[in-house]
Design a protein around this ligand. Structure first.
Ligand code: M6R
Length: 611
């Protein structure tokens, strides 16, 4: 979603801001803008469309000199993606400029209040309310930090704000509630950003701004205050991300690069948690009595993360013998889950910043559950607020479509399943050892699947014109089907849907006509025959069947499929880790054949920080 970058230092700001905005493009956006303060005057440029258009308008920054500035990429919420709705927004009277991420929920009331005070508005955004509210208090107090603190107290909802004021030309101000902001401490200049990708090229020393804090950045330093404007001391953290992770490294798209990185990412996520053939989750410090007393698990997340939850549900029930339910976060937060202190809620989120998952986590805690999160972004809201956090070591995932986050989340659910199963005596020693043996082989087996990219190029060349595709599967293969259909939807814009294979004949089979493509996911040994029967039912009605199975399933599946992809055999629990790879590669090459903007699909954002 929206991205913020800010700079106060000794160099011209706009080239640095543009560079940061390019790094934030992956978040998804539809307009972009920059503002600088120079010689006591604010100047800005903004446009609907891509950062490269903004770059052209300001001639790489040459037309907008100035050493203190703000940049923004906007993902439209209030008002269409137009030049006038793009950020930065300037206050009535032109003294203050603001960029904003999040949603100010009481904006209509505040706007009415400000209109009553004589303020005029030129856009449909809630951001213009924020900038005018700050201006209103600035008129009253004559002091910009007091004005920001007073405005912050009146705004409801979520916001991360970057603020420039003509009267304080050397200062960049920032504040936030619920939308993330990081401050980078550089040599000869300081930075502000909605995520570290925008500033990692310049500094690795960052502060995370907490809810309600206000920061002042200048060339010489960064000062942070609490909401009462008392100065506070913060300790910078060192970011150890590999800078090349935010570059394509010779690949055509981040997506294919990230698909190929999965074997390594899985190895990195698993290896610190396995010692002498056993899962060690000492880093969590979960008391054994708690593990023994869990009576119910809810797994909560959105999109791809929620589909990891669907696979995990089957595994928790089968191997740890704990009732488990996977619920999408946007539903969980407004349902009435039966929760008590023996309920464990597992929140899964790559970004750790997804609004619905945050709300679900808070609701679970309010109701008395313990929350364990599986998160990729260190220090994110979900990681910090949950009782226990397990990090996926996937490195930054840039492509909007999630791949390596999915795979690393999945392996952590295996480790958790085994951890609970062993402690509760729910799994035999033989079975435990056989899963552990296969976990150690997983990266190698994954590598053997992703290295065969030609197969998917070929399949895409046959199928890319299909406009409706159905995915079917049972149990963990149903979980995979959901993910396969979502991948295809988001990057290739092909209408695709996933069904529990047994459900087809209860309705959806009516949609199958001559030539419909049905992807039958049939990796789970025990249920391969059943899924195959359902695939045959569609074939008898004219469907073409593309199957995904294991080497040992090939005999049953081959004869009834038009085309078949096989993945290596492994322990049943781990099958989704191999089965997902063909689905990701298929979606990627289908999107490529259709000429889609794979890394930044239309209308989508990487971090969905609004409800
Ligand atoms: O950052 P999160 O894991 O919480 O994000 C959840 C979803 O928004 C995300 O998985 C989304 O579905 C991806 N675009 C799927 O590829």
């Amino acid at each position: 979603m929206c991205g913020i970058v800010g700079y106060a230092g000794g160099e011209d700001a706009v080239p640095i801001l543009l560079d940061g905005l390019y790094k934030l493009e992956y978040r998804g956006y539809d307009s972009a803008g920059v503002a600088v303060c120079r010689d006591g005057h604010l100047r800005l440029a903004k446009t609907k469309g891509y950062v490269r258009e903004l770059d052209r308008i300001v001639d790489g920054g040459r037309l907008l000199p100035g050493a203190v500035g703000l940049g923004h990429t906007r993902w439209a919420t209030h008002g269409r993606p137009t030049d006038s709705n793009a950020h930065p927004h300037i206050s009535h009277g032109g003294k203050i400029a603001v960029v904003h991420n999040g949603i100010i929920e009481n904006y209509a009331k505040l706007r009415e209040y400000l209109v009553g005070k004589g303020f005029e508005f030129g856009s449909e955004t809630d951001t213009e309310v924020a900038v005018n509210l700050i201006q209103h208090y600035y008129n009253k107090h004559g002091e910009i930090l007091r004005a920001v603190a007073s405005a912050a107290r009146r705004m409801e909802g979520s916001y991360a704000l970057g603020i420039l004021c003509e009267d304080c030309p050397d200062m960049l101000i920032a504040t936030r509630r619920e939308s993330p902001l990081v401050l980078g401490v550089g040599d000869g200049g300081n930075f502000l950003a909605s995520d570290v990708a925008a500033l990692i090229k310049y500094t690795r020393d960052v502060y995370t701004l907490e809810d309600g804090e206000i920061a002042v950045l200048s060339e010489s330093g960064v000062t942070v205050y609490n909401g009462d404007l008392e100065m506070i001391t913060k300790t910078p953290e060192r970011v150890d991300w590999d800078i090349s992770a935010a570059e394509k490294g010779g690949f055509e798209h981040f997506m294919i690069k990230e698909i190929m990185e999965q074997p390594d990412a899985v190895a990195k996520t698993v290896s610190p948690r396995v010692a002498d053939g056993r899962v060690t989750l000492d880093e969590l410090g979960i008391p054994d009595e708690y593990v023994m007393g869990v009576t119910k698990i809810y797994i909560v997340g959105c999109g791809t993360a929620s589909y990891v939850g669907v696979a995990a549900k089957y595994n928790f029930e089968k191997y740890a013998k704990i009732p488990a339910e996977s619920v999408v976060a946007s539903e969980f937060r407004y349902s009435s889950p039966m929760i008590d202190e023996h309920t464990l809620v597992i929140c899964i989120s790559q970004s750790g910043a997804t609004a619905d998952t945050i709300a679900a986590m808070r609701e679970a805690k309010r109701l008395g559950a313990k929350v364990l999160s599986i998160v990729n972004v260190v220090g994110s809201v979900i990681a910090r607020e949950s009782d226990w956090a397990l990090y996926t070591w996937a490195g930054p995932e840039i492509c909007v479509a999630s791949t390596k986050a999915y795979s690393t989340q999945l392996v952590l659910t295996y480790l958790l399943t085994l951890y609970f199963a062993e402690k509760r005596g729910a799994i035999s020693a033989g079975e435990y050892e056989s899963v552990m043996r296969e976990i150690s082989l997983l990266p190698e087996k994954m590598a053997s699947v992703v290295k065969d990219r030609e197969t998917y190029q070929y399949l895409a060349s046959i199928y890319f014109n299909n406009e409706d595709i159905f995915f079917i599967g049972r149990n963990i293969d149903y979980a995979l089907s959901l993910e396969g259909a979502l991948k295809l939807n988001e990057i290739s814009y092909i209408h695709s849907e996933a069904y529990a294979a047994g459900e087809l004949k209860h309705g959806p089979i009516a949609l199958v006509t001559e030539g419909t493509l049905v992807v039958a996911v049939a990796t789970y040994g025990k249920l391969i025959g059943k899924t195959v029967s359902n695939a045959v039912e569609t074939r008898s009605r004219g469907a073409r069947v593309l199957s995904v199975t294991t080497q040992s399933g090939a005999d049953i599946v081959g004869g009834v499929s038009d085309r078949m992809i096989t993945v290596p055999d492994t322990h049943d629990m781990l099958l989704p880790s191999l089965g997902v790879l063909p689905l990701q590669l298929f979606a990627y090459y289908m999107a490529l054949m259709r000429g889609c903007p794979i890394d930044k699909p239309r209308n989508l954002a990487k971090s969905v920080t609004v409800e």
